[in-house]
Design a protein around this ligand. Structure first.
Ligand code: AMP
Length: 399
């Protein structure tokens, strides 16, 4: 069901618009924001609302304060950075509910922006507590969710508040960033130009079972890399040496491979193996899919890179989630970076990078601007690829 967009909202002048944003930014030791891309990503939505004359109430979380007020996890620095970015004023409320916040909201003028303090200073946020949600909703006429990264959580600010507003007959819409996520991830799953290729890597099969199951029914080809590959290979009787393997998931891996029969489900045909999974270890390329005793797999090998490249250049839609090896260590990063470059180099395809480590990998490979879309939500994009409806999306008004 298509969801209401921020562009469907009219007559916003003077309306109090509660906007859930993702300002969970990294802070350095001194408490300074070390990467403000999440704040920058909200600028189109904020700019649109300022121009519409709305009263903009921004709500977000930072870190994991677990229901306790912690000044090191205050959103105050985000208010200052947002003010710099828009070249205007952003007021900050040192709480997210209560009399003081109510008074600050009541004093707002059209076009003004108020950022509320960290929602997770209250344990009620993550519990989706009804009373807490009602206190937040009290200061809102309209709801906008632009925080795709938390849309897979049914929290007060992502689910409780829009449910209350909808009951009141108010509109709840997706912001520009959320809309873009739904357009690209949703487009890949609903009607992708084919061949539709999925590349899955990372540490564990167990994290991606539901994604693999769902994509087996949708994708034309699936390429597997990362430590996840060793669990699949071991389930087929190949040697895995000291590689990271989930021994309790061997039956599951076997079943997934059985389900994939007749489909293009590619496992690595060679590997970079190392004496230990650390920088400076001795490495060598395996002859085939088996790893040698005493060695561990740390990256896909050159024959695998070539085979995966062939699939990548032929694809029309590509979704990638999870690195091909321990890419954080330069000697083990080649497979991941080669895949990143091949994906970015296929200009005829819509290429979607599913957040988290794959997003870091395309950035490190210097090709993040050349792919079609990099998702801002790791966990949320995975749940989306599982075919699940995210609570933060479900809670928005239908078109
Ligand atoms: P995930 O969060 O499941 O996407 O996993 C990402 C992590 O998987 C990264 O930190 C990688 O270093 C790790 N990883 C990828 N390949 C391997 C491997 N062959 N052995 C151990 N860890 C790996």
């Amino acid at each position: 069901m298509a969801k209401l967009s921020i562009t469907d909202l009219h007559n916003l002048r003077g309306q109090r618009v509660f906007v859930r944003v993702d300002y969970n930014v990294p802070l350095d030791e001194a408490g300074n924001i070390s990467d403000d891309k999440r704040i920058k990503a909200t600028l189109p939505t904020i700019d649109h609302l300022v121009k519409s004359g709305a009263k903009i109430i921004l709500a977000a979380h930072l870190g994991r304060p677990k229901g306790k007020r912690d000044p090191r996890q205050s959103l105050r620095p985000c208010a200052a950075r947002l003010a710099e970015l828009i070249g205007g004023t952003v007021n900050f409320a040192d709480d997210c509910i209560g009399d003081k916040v109510d008074a600050m909201v009541a004093a707002m003028q059209p076009g003004q922006i108020l950022l509320l303090e960290n929602l997770r200073f209250y344990a009620e946020e993550e519990k989706n507590d009804a009373v807490f949600a009602a206190q937040l909703a009290k200061n809102a006429d309209v709801y906008v969710n632009d925080a795709f990264g938390t849309a897979h959580r049914a929290h007060a600010s992502t689910a409780g508040v829009p449910e209350i507003l909808k009951k009141r007959g108010s509109q709840c819409a997706a912001g520009f960033l959320m809309e873009k996520e739904l357009k690209y991830l949703g487009g890949a799953l609903s009607n992708p130009p084919r061949p539709f290729l999925c590349i899955l890597g990372g540490a564990k099969v167990s994290d991606k079972i539901a994604v693999i199951e769902n994509l087996l029914t949708q994708a034309d080809a699936i390429l597997i890399g990362g430590a996840m590959a060793y669990t699949f290979l071991k389930s087929q009787g190949y040697g895995v040496g000291n590689s990271l393997v989930e021994n309790d998931k061997l039956d599951l891996a076997k079943n997934l491979l059985a389900k994939a029969k007749g489909k293009k489900f590619l496992l690595p045909v060679d590997h970079v193996q190392a004496t230990k999974p650390e920088a400076g270890a001795t490495t060598r390329i395996t002859d085939g899919p088996s790893l040698e005793d005493g060695w561990c797999g740390v990256d896909i090998g050159p024959k695998t890179i070539a085979a995966y490249n062939q699939e990548i250049v032929a694809a029309k839609t590509i979704v990638w989630n999870g690195p091909m090896g321990i890419f954080e260590i330069p000697e083990f990063s080649k497979g991941t970076f080669e895949v990143a470059k091949a994906v970015a180099g296929n200009k005829g395809a819509t290429s979607i990078i599913g957040g988290g480590d794959s997003a870091k990998a395309v950035k490190k490979a210097g090709v993040d601007k050349q792919v079609t879309f990099v998702s801002t939500g790791g966990g949320a994009s995975l749940e989306f690829l599982e075919g699940r409806e995210l609570p933060g999306v479900a809670a928005l008004s239908n078109k």
